[in-house]
Every structure is written in C-alpha cells, then in structure tokens.
Design a protein around this ligand. Structure first.
Ligand SMILES: Cc1ncc(COP(=O)(O)O)c(C=O)c1O
Length: 365
C-alpha cells in the first residue's frame, strides 16, 4: 500500500535521538532550546516556544491571548477540529465564515461580512489548509480595520509563503504541528512563533505549570513541554525542511500535469502570491467515494480532509453550531480527496497513482 503520508527519517534523526537517550536527560533541555532558536530564526520571529503537540501549542496560544467567556474568534469551518477546540477550551466561541471553494481557505469577503456586524470578535484565526497560504494581505487589512488580533494555524504549512514571506509569522502569533504526517516531524510536537515578547512569556509559563522558577507558580499552567528527543529530531528535520518542501512541490507539479486534464477533477488552485508547501495534495472530484475505493483496491492510500464542516460535527451540533449554513464547506466535504504527495514517493509510484485516477474516469465516461 502506498501510504497517503509518511515521515522521512534517516540516520541523522536516529543518531540525534540516540545521543539524547544515552545522556539520560530526556525532558526539555538544551536541544529543545536550540530547536526553538533555530525555528524562530527560520520563520523570522523573535520567539518560538516548543510544546508537546500542535494542539497544546494552540491551547497555550489561546490562553496567552487572554480569550475567555463572551469572546468570539472568527475562523474557518473547514479544518481539523483542534483549531476550534482550542477556542472552546478558553470558554470563548468560534464564529464560522464560509470558505473560498477554489482554495478551501477562509474567504476574506465572508469574514468581513461577519466582522462588520459582530463587535464581540476578538481575533481572526486563519488556517493555511493543506499548506496553501491564506490571502494574508486581505486578512492583515481586516485585522487592522476591525481592531482584532490575527493569528495563524500553520500546522500544515511549514515552508509555505505568502508574498515571499513564510506563513506563521504574519499575525500576532502562529503555530505549527510536528505530527508525523506534517512537512517535518518530531513524532508529536508543536511550536508557537511570535514576535510579541509579552505574549511569548505568558505562553512559556503556561506550558510549564505557570512556573517562573521551580515551585514558584505565577499563573495558570500545565505541562505541555516538548521532550528532548523531539527537540533533537526537530533540529535535524528543520535542516531538511526546504528539501522536503521542494520535493513535495515537484510531485505536485507532476500531478498537475497528469491530472489537470481530467474534466471530472479539479487540481489544487493557487491564488496569486501564494507558495504552496503541499502538506496535502487535495483534489476536488466527482464520484469521490468510488474513486477512493478504486484507489484502495489498487493499493493507493488516500485521505478525506475533511468529510464535513466543523459545524456538522455531532459535538458541535450539541453546542449549538448546527444552525450554521456554510454551503461551500459542506460541499467540499463531499468532494475532496487527498492523494499521496510526500517526499518518499518514487517516480513509479507517482505514475501508478496518476494512471489509476485517469483510468478510473476513462472507464466511466
Ligand atoms: C490544521 C490543524 N490544526 C491543528 C492540528 C493539531 O496538531 P497536532 O496533531 O500536532 O496536535 C492539526 C493536526 O493535524 C491540524 O491539521
């Protein structure tokens, strides 16, 4: 089976982790610190705070922003649920605007309609879905016009750029995930980046029981720290990130050429100024479920990111989000299919995948 995603780990990662194991110092230490420094440098922020997952990065960030009951955060319904659970966790509520059906990202026009009539909104949380940057010039403008924070969920978008600037560092803060399916991995892990030193300090305390020094607890907090093994792995993966992204882009170009001609399929759309990092290569396609089954029979793994809008999730319906009508997100949920694009694919596999998709439609015309 060709997996839809696969981490690329080599001797350097293995040696880096083994060194940590041999040292016996397994909890967050010098390697995590170095990883934070190098990550901040790479993405042009003054601060990077490593955590145990993308989810804990998001939670720490929402806490740091001081969100609470009565506050609302404008965001997309078409994302992984961690994005919005982090808002709910503070007592604040997400407000959904529909997506642009071509990019699958939050539509700035729909966002503005809501911002113009809802003054309880404290922040816009954009998600660079699949590694495709949101239209950051528009969102920067909106954040300024309505006096709200702009924050970025770049969990899927390491190495993606808007107007030649890496995403994750446009707004007040951004975060990344290092889950094994992402463009770089630490097993589990996450990173908040920001150039707001006060915010960074709050987040740093929050991920360490609110402790400024041992047993001196200044604020609310938990243990959301990254392990030293993860930090060691992250340092190696960060060095390899540009190459990983370049390979993903080469694979995407191959698919664009092969699949772009199929009338039943829409290949990923790239708006102007956007540099896609292809964490996922996601098609919009007719007969999606049939195609997915066909590819499975051919030994090709795929994924549906995501089968429904968050407002359609059972738990969110219980919370009262069921009244939303977000037709673009709902339709996308019926039609999207992600095919393997990871750097571990070889030419034969890329050929096999594209041929399987082409022949599926040819046989049904
Ligand atoms: C858009 C988005 N946000 C947040 C997360 C949460 O990251 P993690 O799985 O590292 O907790 C993910 C992970 O899949 C994601 O895709």
């Amino acid at each position: 089976m060709i997996p839809v995603a696969r981490p690329i780990l080599g001797v350097e990662e293995k040696n880096a982790v083994q060194e940590v194991l041999a040292s016996g110092m397994l909890a967050s230490g010098s390697r995590v610190k170095e990883f934070e420094e190098k990550f901040a440098q790479k993405f042009g922020a003054t601060q990077a705070i490593a955590t145990s997952s993308g989810t804990t990065s998001l939670q720490a960030l929402m806490f740091g922003l001081g969100l609470g009951p009565g506050d609302r955060v404008l965001t997309t319904p078409f994302t992984f649920i961690a994005t919005t659970n982090s808002i709910l966790g503070t007592g604040a509520r997400p407000v959904f605007a529909d997506i642009d059906p071509r990019s699958f990202n939050l539509d700035p026009e729909q966002a503005e309609e809501i911002l113009a009539r809802d003054s309880s909104i404290k922040a816009i949380l954009v998600v660079h879905l699949f590694g495709l940057p949101c239209l950051m010039a528009d969102f920067e403008y909106l954040a300024q016009k309505y006096g709200v924070d702009l924050i970025e969920d770049a969990a899927q978008a390491h190495g993606a750029a808007f107007a030649e600037r890496y995403v994750g560092n446009f707004g007040r803060a951004g975060m990344f995930s290092f889950y094994p399916t992402k463009n770089m991995t630490t097993g589990e892990g996450g990173m908040v980046v920001t150039s707001d030193d006060v915010l960074a300090k709050k987040i740093r305390l929050y991920i360490n029981h609110g402790a400024s020094e041992r047993y001196n607890h200044k604020q609310m907090g938990y243990n959301y720290r990254m392990t030293e093994m993860a930090g060691a792995m992250g340092l190696v993966q960060l060095k390899r990130l540009d190459k990983f992204v370049a390979t993903r882009r080469t694979h995407a170009q191959f698919y664009d050429q092969k699949l772009g001609m199929i009338p039943e399929v829409e290949i990923p759309y790239i708006p102007p100024q956007c540099y896609h990092s292809y964490n996922l290569y996601t098609l919009r396609c007719q007969r999606r479920d049939e195609l997915q089954n066909h590819l499975k029979e051919e030994g090709i793994g795929t994924g549906i990111h995501y089968p429904r809008g968050l407002h359609q999730q059972p738990y969110y319906k219980e919370l009262g989000f069921g009244d939303y009508s977000l037709p673009k997100a709902e339709q996308a949920g019926q039609e999207v299919l992600s095919i393997p694009v990871h750097p571990g694919l070889n030419n034969e596999e890329l050929q096999k995948i594209s041929r399987a998709i082409i022949s599926f439609y040819e046989a049904r015309r």
